[in-house]
Design a protein around this ligand. Structure first.
Ligand SMILES: O=C(O)CCC(=O)C(=O)O
Length: 195
């Protein structure tokens, strides 16, 4: 297996990282606002037929006509808070992608995590573009090629934007591993376009 690649400039095709998409102050203000005001849930998902609560909190925000379930969990749909609707509109204009849904994850500390997966649900289409904004604690993000196992590590900083597009979901998996010693929370916003 190849060594993880910590240099964000050497991310595989389909992944691009911008460290300072939002200012430090804006990221912090938005983090506290969302932590307090979103309707956080801890849904269960089915893994090999067994139900487990997910190891993080979530909130799914979308336009009224959007219907999205993943790993067998149908998420409650929340309306867009004004601040996130404004961010969605900016990203839509910038990337020319009609984002109509947003999955928000709250990792309460380093025990919370997300396992290896690809965002390849059929509702996202063939080559989905996902815009992923990080707020709060820095976390390690891992990318692994599905066939060669080649790995890349990236540190997601507060205020950063990671874009995943092209064949990133077809060819790679990604995850947010546990970081046992980390005591601080992080919020991640993934803007999606669902058919
Ligand atoms: O928290 C992160 O940066 C990862 C989120 C993620 O992989 C997802 O929502 O599919």
């Amino acid at each position: 297996m190849q060594q993880p690649n910590a240099n964000p400039n050497h991310l595989p095709e389909g992944f691009s990282y911008q460290a300072k998409a939002l200012s430090a102050q804006k990221s912090l203000d938005l983090f506290y606002y969302l932590q307090q005001h979103l309707n956080w849930q801890q849904p269960s998902i089915k893994v090999y037929g067994k139900s487990h609560v997910i190891p993080r909190l979530q909130c799914f925000i979308a336009d009224p006509n959007v219907n999205y379930g993943y790993s067998g969990s149908q998420l409650i749909v929340e309306p867009w808070p004004a601040v996130l609707d404004a961010m969605r509109k900016r990203l839509t204009a910038q990337l020319q992608i009609p984002f109509n849904a947003l999955l928000v994850n709250l990792y309460r500390d380093g025990q919370d995590c997300m396992g290896w997966h690809s965002d390849d649900e059929k509702e996202l289409g063939q080559q989905p573009t996902i815009a992923s904004i990080s707020l709060g604690a820095e976390r390690k993000f891992k990318i692994k090629h599905k066939h060669t196992n080649e790995q890349h590590d990236l540190i997601l900083q507060s205020g950063s934007c990671l874009i995943m597009n092209g064949h990133s979901q077809r060819d790679y998996q990604h995850c947010l591993p546990k970081q046992q010693r980390l005591k601080h929370p992080r919020i991640n916003l993934t803007f999606r376009s669902i058919r």
